[in-house]
Design a protein around this ligand. Structure first.
Ligand code: ADP
Ligand code: MG
Length: 468
């Protein structure tokens, strides 16, 4: 470590700094130089007080990575140095530290084991596109909308190339495809540290292919994707639509790997046969393994994802805040997470909790259609008022028409206005089966066509709720 680096790493003059210096010294003994330089060089220790070491990092990536890989080691060093227990680290993001040299580096085109980076994952992953350390199975929330894709991903990672080959995962934007494909890479890498895993977006594959053609380096290109590849993970294959030559190349790559029983995982924004301008023989290859979709998650899964994210980011998120937000943003997890982070920053600035009130103020009608401001409870209440029945009866198993009709109407309205899932509907109406909810919604939909008094009742309730 050069002198200039040392002064910048240990800026600040207090004697407490020497504690961090000695921690770094011990870490240096335990880690490879590459890991040390990648993860600890860009960090600054700003102060040490009350058993807390305050560290400035270029971005949250460092906190996550160091937290999940080196934390016990650091804490152990601190305890040893001070003979005190209970040390904690506090991370502060300082964007000014993020000069290019400070970002984690992943050199391209180096052999296995030569790359810099953290010991486990980056070691033999082809750095065409390093795996994202945040996207592991343990951070993935499983619900009815994604359980098939999740199970298939776990199974194919457990026996690469032998089950579910290829695995084709598809679904809308921001629903976890990239997360799952990365998680497969991490798991295989963990179980088989020598495996050569190539994770690449189809766009990158295309660009590299074109580049190889222009530079007469097609041999090297093929080597990389066919010979030096035990597992090929291709993200967003829809990018190949209409690119005939790249599709042809990919087809041969696919066959070469497939014949060797090497695992292939492909993600796409649409099912194999729905991708426009994709060659039939590729489509049939994709269909020959397991095709699994990820769908828009149900409310409960969205809430669980929010809570997990909040926990990861150390954001205090009360239940009603989470529920409101999950109700407001339905179709894209990336947006849901982004909004959470944005609101958390705003709440912190205003020193307010991220509760229902706050979230409702921030995520307001400006960006939301009115129905997002209504909850299942609101609908149930309005229906009870209209029909003059009690909430407890609405949620009961009573079958007389004076109760069952309002119950069906309320389920229908929840489905229409909030797109509540059938299992969720069953649950919210006294723990009924999802088929009960499904047939209720179907019956009301059918009846509305010819029953005028029912239509006007529904219209009336909608107006009361501000949904008219
Ligand atoms: P896609 O590739 O389908 O567009 P991503 O995998 O990039 O979507 O997911 C967008 C964001 O949402 C990521 O931060 C991802 O971690 C998160 N995410 C999506 N689904 C889940 C889930 N089931 N559990 C936890 N996080 C999720
Ligand atoms: Mg993606």
């Amino acid at each position: 470590m050069d002198t200039q680096r040392e002064t910048s790493v240990f800026h600040g003059e207090s004697s407490t700094q020497s504690l961090w210096i000695s921690v770094l010294d011990s870490l240096k003994q335990s880690l490879s130089q590459e890991s040390f330089e990648t993860w600890f060089k860009p960090i600054r220790c700003s102060r040490v007080e009350n058993l807390t070491v305050h560290l400035s990092i270029p971005n949250r990536f460092y906190a996550d990575w160091i937290g999940s890989h080196f934390l016990p080691l650091i804490i152990e060093c601190l305890c040893q140095q001070t003979q005190k227990q209970g040390w904690r680290l506090n991370w502060e993001v300082d964007a000014s530290l993020a000069e290019p040299a400070a970002a984690p580096k992943h050199e391209t085109q180096k052999g296995i084991g030569e790359r810099r980076g953290a010991p486990r994952v980056e070691k033999s992953v082809d750095n065409t596109f390093p795996l994202n350390p945040k996207y592991e199975f343990k951070n993935f929330v499983v619900g009815p909308s994604n359980e098939l894709a999740y199970a298939a991903a776990v199974a194919s990672a457990a026996k690469p190339g032998r089950r579910y080959n290829p695995l084709f995962i598809y679904g809308g934007t921001g629903l976890g495809k990239t997360h799952l494909v990365n998680a497969i890479g991490h798991r295989i890498q963990y179980d088989h540290p020598q495996a050569k895993i190539v994770y690449v977006s189809a766009e990158r594959f295309t660009n590299e292919f074109i580049h190889a053609l222009q530079n007469q380096s097609i041999h090297a290109f093929r080597n990389r994707y066919r010979q030096h590849c035990d597992v090929l993970l291709v993200d967003d294959i829809q990018f190949l639509a209409g690119r005939i030559q790249t599709q042809e190349e990919f087809f041969h790559t696919f066959n070469a790997l497939y014949q060797l029983d090497n695992q292939i995982v492909v993600t796409s924004d649409a099912g194999p046969h729905e991708i426009q301008e994709m060659e039939g023989r590729l489509v049939s290859r994709f269909q020959s393994g397991l095709v699994a979709d990820v769908q828009i998650p149900e409310l409960d899964t969205r809430i669980a994802i929010l809570k997990k994210k909040a926990e990861q980011e150390q954001i205090d998120l009360p239940d009603e805040g989470a529920t409101y937000l999950a109700q407001a943003i339905k179709s894209n997890i990336r947006e849901l997470e982004g909004t959470l982070i944005r609101l958390a920053a705003k709440a912190e600035l205003q020193r307010r909790p991220l509760d229902f009130q706050f979230v409702r103020e921030c995520v307001s009608v400006v960006t939301l259609p009115k129905e997002y401001l209504v909850s299942v409870d609101d609908i149930q209440k309005a229906v009870c008022e209209y029909y003059h029945i009690r909430l407890i009866d609405l949620k009961s198993a009573k079958r007389q028409r004076s109760i069952s009709l309002p119950r069906m109407v309320a389920m229908y309205l929840c489905r229409r206005a909030l797109n509540t899932s059938y299992p969720e509907l069953g649950l919210r109406f006294g723990g009924k089966d999802h088929t009960t909810a499904l047939s209720a919604v179907r019956r009301i939909t059918a009846m509305c066509g010819h029953d005028e008094s029912l239509s006007s009742a529904i219209h009336n309730i909608q107006q009361r709720l501000g949904l008219g």
